[in-house]
Design a protein around this ligand. Structure first.
Ligand code: OMP
Length: 241
């Protein structure tokens, strides 16, 4: 059978499965949703896995930028603390290996969770964001809270977010008012968190894989019960676009 999933995505998903980056159970997400699966980018902690994830990000970023010629060349690859830090550093190295001419002049940068009041001070480590075009690299998008915080942070530092890249887009709908206030899903269809970010901030986005890719790879391999719970969860929270 022919697969419509590109080889680098399948390779990335295989690394995820082999490293148990993807776990099944009951997880309370940042958004308060109860998910039967969780993707932990912090599990890419050996050199082969770090290399696998940065290679996948680098390929995704290169094709993202070439398919969106209106995006200005990034000056900074910004990884929000904590999980974005190692991702930004290792992916920038990989981008430089793949295309030194383009990437030698790009810097990495990340925020401190607590501002430092001595030494060089400030809330940013790495290159200053002031007046810079910033490409954000993060692990996962679910309801879009983390990226909103990052867009605000970059703006506060005087930078401009020109793109947003994640490893996994869970393709979940953005929360409605009732979910935000009471944590109860009203069952109404809504657009995806990524789609909403595009619409609201004019920021283009990309992901290495989506939860569709995930299911395609799991089918026939994973535990039947896990897959069933995953599909039930997706029916409930899948975005309408
Ligand atoms: P949102 O802010 O709802 O988009 O959630 C994204 C953040 O949740 C990520 O930056 C992760 O820290 C975390 N997360 C995961 O790491 N893996 C998952 O599978 C799901 C989440 C999550 O809490 O939604």
């Amino acid at each position: 059978t022919t697969s419509i999933i590109p080889a680098y995505k399948t390779a990335f998903l295989q690394s995820c499965l082999s490293a148990n980056v993807l776990t099944f159970g009951t997880f309370t997400l940042k958004s308060g949703r109860q998910s039967p699966y969780f993707f932990n980018a912090g599990s890419f902690h050996t050199s082969p896995l770090l290399s696998a994830i940065s290679t996948a990000y680098a390929h995704t970023i290169i094709s993202f930028l070439s398919s969106h010629p209106s995006i200005p060349k990034p000056d900074i690859l910004f990884g929000p603390a904590y999980k974005g830090i190692s991702l930004a550093c290792s992916t920038l190295l990989e981008l430089y290996r793949l295309d030194p001419q383009t990437w030698s002049s790009v810097s990495y940068s990340f925020n401190r969770k607590e501002a430092k009041d001595h030494g060089e001070g400030g809330g940013i480590v790495g290159a200053s964001l002031k007046g810079k075009n910033v490409l954000v690299i993060d692990d996962v998008i679910t309801a879009g809270t983390a990226i909103r915080e990052t867009i605000r942070l970059v703006a506060k530092e005087g930078g401009k977010v020109v793109g947003f890249v994640v490893a996994l887009d869970r393709v979940e709908k953005m929360p409605g008012p009732r979910e935000e206030e009471e944590g109860v899903d009203d069952g109404e269809p809504r657009m995806s968190a990524l789609g909403q970010i595009k619409r609201e901030f004019g920021v283009q986005t990309a992901s290495i894989v989506t939860s569709d890719d995930l299911i395609a790879v799991l089918r026939g391999k994973g535990d039947e019960g896990d897959i069933k719970r995953l599909e039930e969860y997706r029916r409930r929270y899948l975005a309408s676009d």
